[in-house]
Design a protein around this ligand. Structure first.
Ligand code: PMT
Length: 411
């Protein structure tokens, strides 16, 4: 599936606050994600950043005047409302929030907002004393009650030098909020536990056994599930990837640590997806100090790590449990064996070790195996797209029987 922002027409409303310069970065993010962007600015916003900045970034004229000049068009607010897929007000001042909460339309932005269809995302940013003012809070509540999505500001150092709530969140986080608004919320009732990345099994303080998993597949699943409304816990082995927005991320190192973290959250999860490449083996002995060449036998005694997926399969109640299988041969036989042995609802099997797929790549090519014997093979695709597809299948399994129906149609 493509980025929910791609090919959408987004109207960006800019108000007069110190964070107005960050709106320029937000427009860049939208353009980079493939959106068409139109910008409307209040008078005060133009005192902070010139319209030319937004005109250059968006590639279209910026709307600044209600009457007169070459921009004059009596029905522009209706025309823009008709073509918009979503509207983002960034930053939203106390003044602007107050006006739209009370239906005031006295400039291009407020006039357009009154006509705009949802989704509308409002990003308040102001001094904490203004933000915490009960009148402002009341106006924010009015907007929320009217179905406008209000992004809570961050706490931190404010332009006044005070520390408090009121900072505009990172534009990437606002982009994710917008993606959520533009995505179907078919996982809104779900609590999803996802594992990602490799584990590291230490030999001594500087050496370990591991594998080349980057975490990309599991993190893509986490992002996609969050956008579709799920409450997501991501348990990640060592990965250089940043924590995805909106997820609870628990970082672990070893298979044992991952086992404990997974088991602590499993019973509260409605869906569990194990994309992590967990080491099956660990050194039987952990050396306290870096081992010298002469101190160690050429063969290293190993012991098995806990099989997390198998333990989950044993304790499974009515959760959907999805495992991955990384195979370099006999994909079908090995994947089916894992499906049965570990009591899974679905196995995502990928051939690894050849081509730009699987470990470390942005792409993956997988075959899905289900309990009822049905199999689906997919071409090479981006992990982001695959993540959405796998979640579609999980939704089907939750609806019970759809995969079986699919099976009887295609067999
Ligand atoms: O992280 P990336 O770079 O994006 O790469 C993605 C991936 C190739 C790692 C991913 O697509 C993948 O295949 N993940 C599973 C890798 C793996 O460990 O496969 P396996 O066949 O060894 O294990 C089967 C299943 O059992 C997996 O769901 C694994 O999480 C689980 N397992 C394995 C061992 C163990 N001790 N406990 C487990 O829970």
């Amino acid at each position: 599936m493509q980025d929910p922002i791609q090919d959408k027409h987004i109207i960006v409303g800019v108000c007069g606050g110190i964070a107005a310069y960050k709106a320029a970065d937000f427009v860049r993010l939208l353009i980079k994600s493939g959106a068409n962007v139109s910008v409307v600015m209040t008078k005060a916003a133009q005192a902070f950043v010139g319209p030319l900045t937004f005109e250059t970034l968006s590639g279209t004229p910026v709307w600044t005047e209600m009457f007169g000049g070459h921009q004059s068009h009596p029905l522009r607010h209706i025309e823009w409302a008709d073509k918009a897929d979503a509207t983002v007000v960034i930053p939203a001042t106390a003044n602007l929030i107050g006006k739209i909460a009370h239906g005031i339309a006295d400039d291009p932005l407020t006039t357009f907002i009154l006509a705009a269809k949802k989704p509308i995302l409002v990003c308040p940013s102001m001094n904490s004393r203004m933000y915490e003012n009960p009148v402002v809070q009341d106006n924010i509540k009015r907007l929320s009650d009217a179905g406008v999505k209000v992004v809570e500001p961050d706490a931190g150092l404010l332009a006044s030098g005070d520390v408090g709530i009121g900072r505009l969140p990172a534009v990437e986080a606002i982009g994710e909020s917008l993606r959520c608004l533009l995505s179907r919320q078919d996982l809104a009732e779900e609590r999803i536990l996802i594992t990602a990345g490799p584990t590291q099994e230490p030999i001594d303080p500087v050496r370990f056994i591991s594998n080349p998993s980057s975490g990309k597949m599991g993190y893509a699943l986490g992002r996609a599930a969050r956008r579709r409304g799920a409450d997501v816990i991501l348990i990640s082995g060592p990965s250089s990837l940043a924590d995805p927005w909106g997820l609870k991320v628990i970082r672990v190192r070893t298979a044992e640590e991952m086992f404990k973290a997974v088991m602590a959250h499993a019973s509260k999860s409605t869906i569990i997806i194990k994309a992590a490449a967990v080491s099956d083996w660990r050194p039987a002995r952990l050396y306290e100090h870096k081992v010298k060449k002469a101190e160690i036998e050429p063969s290293l005694p190993l012991e098995q790590t806990p099989d997390i997926l198998k333990a989950l399969g044993k304790s499974k109640q009515d959760q959907v449990l999805v495992g991955f299988a990384a195979e370099s041969r006999d994909l079908q036989e090995n994947a089916r064996a894992k499906l049965i042995e570990k009591n899974l609802d679905m196995v995502v099997a990928n051939l690894v070790g050849a081509g730009d797929s699987g470990f470390g790549s942005d792409n993956n090519q997988v075959t899905l195996f289900y309990q009822d014997g049905y199999t689906e093979a997919f071409p090479l695709m981006k992990k982001d797209a695959l993540a959405d597809l796998l979640l579609d299948r999980v939704v089907d399994i939750k609806k019970r029987g759809m995969i079986t129906e699919l099976n009887s149609r295609s067999n």
